[in-house]
Write a protein that binds this ligand. Structure first.
Ligand SMILES: [Zn+2]
Length: 306
């Protein structure tokens, strides 16, 4: 069993005043980033700052998507990358081998027809929808059978989600979300959220969770905001690892590009990203130096790890 935490915009930076890891106190991350972590290149020999669409496609297909397009592409994948994701994604490769991958994140709109009509789909959404043919919604989230992207459901509880963009989407898709369901979702601790994710993972071979508040905090450049986001992620990750049987199970944490580790610039960075591997996978997933080497290594070693 593998639990894969995909953390958007998390690089390994310099030990200076612009790095929240250095300015703040994150003892668990400091320990595991020292002991269980290698550095992975996100630039992939293509000019320009690494971006999400190409970084995530490379990470989850095993192809250098930036080289394929000739540039780094931000935001959401276009038609060429979408085709690649549909044919070559990690979820598809695992499912083809008979394994059960799942995306644990909860969606505000879980109606597949409505989702398929959306123009902009993230790499992970497209990968999960193509293979699982469904996503988790608020009903599951309220029961603890899904994890919200912010880990604790805080943004639902305090009303910042749905935001204006999501409100517009919800209006467009009519009655696909029952408002009372949003109110039925309790705010939970990062520890409780980790236990929920672990329960989902017990029923699957490969469980993905995506966290992107790190990237948002990196763009905003606020040190206190970055501390809060990283602390939440740290408690969540540490609790999760504590629940796992590391003799048989594997925890992986990685990113698509740097950002939050350098708050002196509002952009992404050229820094390498951490590839944290804890548990059984430490023995098998070795020698990975670039984003697009992660999926092939996972697929090749699946029978040792699932
Ligand atoms: Zn970004």
């Amino acid at each position: 069993m593998i639990i894969f935490l995909f953390v958007d915009g998390l690089g390994i930076g310099k030990r200076d005043e612009s790095n929240p890891f250095y300015v703040g106190s994150f003892p668990f991350f400091e320990k595991v980033f020292r002991q269980n972590t290698s550095y992975v290149d996100a630039v992939m020999s293509v000019e320009g700052l690494p971006q999400s669409a190409t970084g995530q496609t490379s990470l989850f297909t095993g192809y250098n998507a930036a080289r394929l397009l000739g540039h780094h592409k931000e935001g959401f994948p276009g038609s060429r990358l979408k085709d690649l994701i549909k044919k070559e994604s990690l979820f598809k490769k695992l499912a083809d081998q008979g394994y059960r991958p799942t995306f644990s994140n909860a969606y505000l709109i879980d109606d597949m027809e409505a989702l398929n009509r959306q123009r902009f789909l993230s790499v992970t959404s497209l990968m999960a929808m193509t293979v699982e043919k469904k996503v988790r919604g608020l009903r599951q989230l309220a029961k603890g059978e899904a994890v919200f992207h912010d880990i604790t459901n805080q943004s639902l509880a305090d009303g910042s989600v749905p935001g204006p963009r999501q409100e517009a989407l919800l209006a467009r898709f009519g009655n696909h979300v029952d408002r009372y369901l949003i109110n039925a979702v309790p705010e939970i601790s990062p520890e409780k959220s980790a236990r929920n994710l672990f329960e989902i993972a017990r029923d699957h071979h490969f469980t993905l969770f995506e966290f992107f508040l790190t990237d948002k905090a990196g763009h905003e450049g606020d040190m206190e905001g970055a501390f809060a986001v990283l602390k939440r992620l740290e408690i969540f990750t540490e609790t999760l690892l504590g629940l796992m049987n590391t003799g048989r199970q594997t925890l992986i944490l990685t990113s698509d590009h740097g950002n939050i580790e350098n708050l002196s610039v509002p952009t992404h960075t050229y820094n390498p990203v951490p590839l944290l591997i804890a548990g059984r996978g430490e023995r098998y997933l070795k020698g990975i130096t670039s984003l697009y080497e992660i999926t092939p290594s996972l697929v090749e070693n699946a029978h040792f790890l699932m």
